[in-house]
Ligand binder design. Structure first.
Ligand SMILES: [Mn+2]
Length: 317
């Protein structure tokens, strides 16, 4: 048992009021972790709230009771303890940073090894997800794991591991999830998380695939969406998420690129396989990311942006 987590358990169980903070542009891990901890603390009679500078994404709305989350502006009282979950740095708190700073005790639980330890108490551990760490914390707290906690932890762990397929999927998280499944209808939840999309994003995938272009013997595959595509289909930028994967999944693709027209320029998402470093290419254009997943923006017209980016890519692939 980790002493760091025991200290956090003691801090939470002796706190008068606790504010749990999710990161901006919240994802399944930060939301699932916040709601699981909130539910566990409330079940033990603690006074806890959740705060987030950002809306719950449409696809998660039915999984999380929306009236529990407070926006930073709606937080009027002060909490003696604030705990940030899945935030690699203070900037990820967004406007919630002002309520975080007001608390006497601040705690930061995260699984990004780049975390800059911005709180007074920091617990940074390499784990599949923060959900995995919250499972351990709830276990140490000896809180009951019922339907709600099981659902939230499953959402956190399954989304951050790409439905248990990414390289961060480990024995720990699979063991924990195996003890959660008796409480949840895994097929129904997985349907919502992984096998359902809006009509607009379905139409957008079709439009994007119809623009497929191949370069360097198919090692580079690109997809393109313009603002008029979005308008015609009635889709939003949120519907463009993961479109690049349709190019990445082609057998011979080494680098997949998704070009999306934005006001005054082009937003570019890149995915690569193996040793191809698309982060280095993104950095040439002022962007960044990881070796196999990176992005940047290029101002100006679509044709010029494509020419510039593909030109650089063709030199390395
Ligand atoms: Mn995470």
């Amino acid at each position: 048992m980790s002493q760091g987590l025991v200290d956090i358990k003691n801090a939470l169980l002796s706190a008068d009021s606790i504010l749990i903070i999710a990161h901006t542009q919240p994802d399944g891990d930060t939301l699932g972790s916040c709601f699981a901890l909130h539910e566990a603390l409330c079940s033990m009679g603690k006074n806890a709230d959740i705060c987030c500078d950002g809306l719950v994404p449409a696809k998660y709305v039915e999984l999380f009771p929306n009236d529990i989350i407070k926006t930073p502006n709606a937080v009027t009282k002060s909490y003696d303890t604030a705990i940030a979950l899945d935030c690699a740095d203070k900037a990820r708190l967004g406007k919630s940073v002002k309520v975080f700073k007001k608390s006497v005790k601040t705690i930061n639980i995260d699984h990004h090894i780049t975390n800059d330890k911005f709180a007074k108490t920091n617990y940074i551990k390499e784990a599949s997800s923060v959900g995995e760490i919250i499972f351990e914390l709830i276990d140490i707290m000896k809180a009951q794991i019922g339907k709600a906690v099981a659902l939230y932890l499953y959402i956190a762990i399954s989304t951050d591991t790409g439905n248990f397929t990414y390289s961060n999927t480990n024995k720990n998280c699979l063991t924990y999830v195996s003890s959660l499944v008796e409480h949840i209808d895994i097929r129904a939840v997985a349907d919502i998380l992984f096998r359902r999309r809006s009509l607009a994003s379905t139409k957008l995938i079709g439009r994007a695939i119809s623009t497929l272009e191949l370069y360097n013997d198919g090692k580079i595959a690109s997809l393109t969406i313009t603002q008029s595509d979005l308008k015609q289909i009635g889709a939003t930028s949120a519907d463009c998420e993961n479109i690049v994967d349709y190019a990445r999944e082609i057998e011979q693709t080494k680098v997949a690129v998704f070009f999306r027209e934005i006001p005054h320029g082009v937003k570019i998402s890149m995915r690569s396989k193996d040793e191809v470093d698309v982060c280095a290419i993104a950095q040439l254009f002022g962007g960044g990311g990881h070796k196999n997943a990176a992005g940047c923006c290029i101002s100006g017209k679509m044709d010029d942006a494509k020419k510039k980016l593909l030109g650089s890519l063709m030199e390395i692939v």
